[in-house]
Design a protein around this ligand. Structure first.
Ligand SMILES: [Zn+2]
Ligand SMILES: [Zn+2]
Length: 341
């Protein structure tokens, strides 16, 4: 099978991903094999390829927004799995960033498996979707609503699900005035949920192309994060991995408001006066997402009529897709089209 693998992290312009032929993997106990149709390209893939986050072993195949069809089943783990309508050969499924969790620790028991110390992440601990086939843990594959095409579904599996968790963690209430800092893949999906919740959205991004995209999607305002005189926000979500934005966002929210950071990696946050966070403002990070977040969000995506803006690339052009992502060359999200839809 064709794969795009990372052997050694390096700046994306040196094309670190290597196109390689490998044997098709065989599913083990509790696993399913997926014949991949489309895989989304995420900022986390870029952090991985450029060496800003460090996988436990190399080489590894990136990609954690995987849409495909189950084409083989390993030995099942339980009767429940045996009866699951999702776990059938021929069934279309999605594999998100959360590949698996231990299921036994206090985090897992509380439904916070996104924080499980033994959690494994797709395309990081295990080979992901920049390939023609992958293995997935049968407990964590997601059923995909039939209303969504493969290309439409892929960006929802990380940009969408983790974005949705960020909106929940930002305590957003119906009708809130919400600031989004950075307007890439995740924000362009979040704005559609926020509009569905009757919120007004203020988009802060340097990219003129992204500002226009935000306005097209119904933002009340779009401009640079340095802009003055926009009044105070109820909540904010930071998507850009830029620590300088943290005090900027805190200064823009009202007392009692929340700033949530949707980023797996961020540059250092500069020091700021206590006054900036005083007034019961909350600052919090968002880490990954739970299985339940995925189930809730995919349902909401259909109800809210969410449309992903996608730019298509072939599997062998994965380096180019990541390079264009870094340069903000497209709106929304890049997807690798692995096999015909
Ligand atoms: Zn656990
Ligand atoms: Zn991601």
């Amino acid at each position: 099978m064709k794969t795009c693998r990372l052997f050694s992290p390096a700046p994306i312009d040196s094309a670190p991903l290597v196109f390689e032929d490998l044997p098709i993997p065989q599913p083990g106990r509790g696993q399913v094999r997926i014949k991949i149709s489309v895989c989304g390209v995420c900022h986390t893939d870029l952090h991985l390829v450029e060496g800003e986050i460090h996988p436990p072993h190399l080489p590894v195949t990136p990609g954690h927004q995987v849409v495909g069809v189950i084409d083989a089943l390993g030995e099942t783990l339980s009767d429940k799995q045996e009866r699951s309508p999702i776990l059938k050969v021929g069934r279309r499924v999605g594999v998100p960033w959360l590949f698996s969790a231990c299921g036994k620790c206090n985090f897992c028991r509380r439904g916070e498996e996104n924080l499980c110390q033994a959690a494994q992440f797709t395309g990081f601990h295990v080979d992901g979707g920049f390939a023609e086939y992958m293995l997935a843990d049968a407990r964590y594959v997601l059923a995909l609503p039939e209303q969504l095409t493969d290309e439409q579904a892929a960006p929802l599996l990380c940009a969408g699900i983790v974005g949705y968790r960020s909106l929940k963690k930002a305590d957003i209430k119906q009708g809130d005035k919400v600031g989004l800092f950075g307007f890439g893949a995740s924000a362009h999906l979040c704005i559609q949920i926020l509009k569905h919740w009757d919120c007004s959205v203020w988009a802060f991004t340097r990219s003129k192309q992204h500002q226009l995209h935000a306005l097209e999607l119904g933002a009340a305002w779009a401009g640079d994060a340095g802009a003055e005189g926009i009044g105070s926000l109820d909540r904010a979500v930071i998507f850009a991995p830029v620590g300088e934005l943290v005090p900027v966002a805190l200064e823009k929210i009202r007392p009692g408001g929340t700033v949530a950071i949707n980023a797996i990696h961020m540059s250092d946050i500069p020091s700021f006066p206590y006054q900036t966070i005083y007034g019961e403002r909350t600052l919090r990070s968002v880490a990954n997402a739970t299985y339940q977040d995925g189930v809730e969000f995919l349902d909401l995506a259909v109800k809210a009529g969410i449309r992903s803006t996608v730019s298509r690339y072939s599997l062998k052009d994965a380096n180019q897709a990541l390079s264009d992502l870094k340069a903000s060359k497209f709106n929304g999200e890049a997807v690798l089209v692995v096999s015909g839809d």
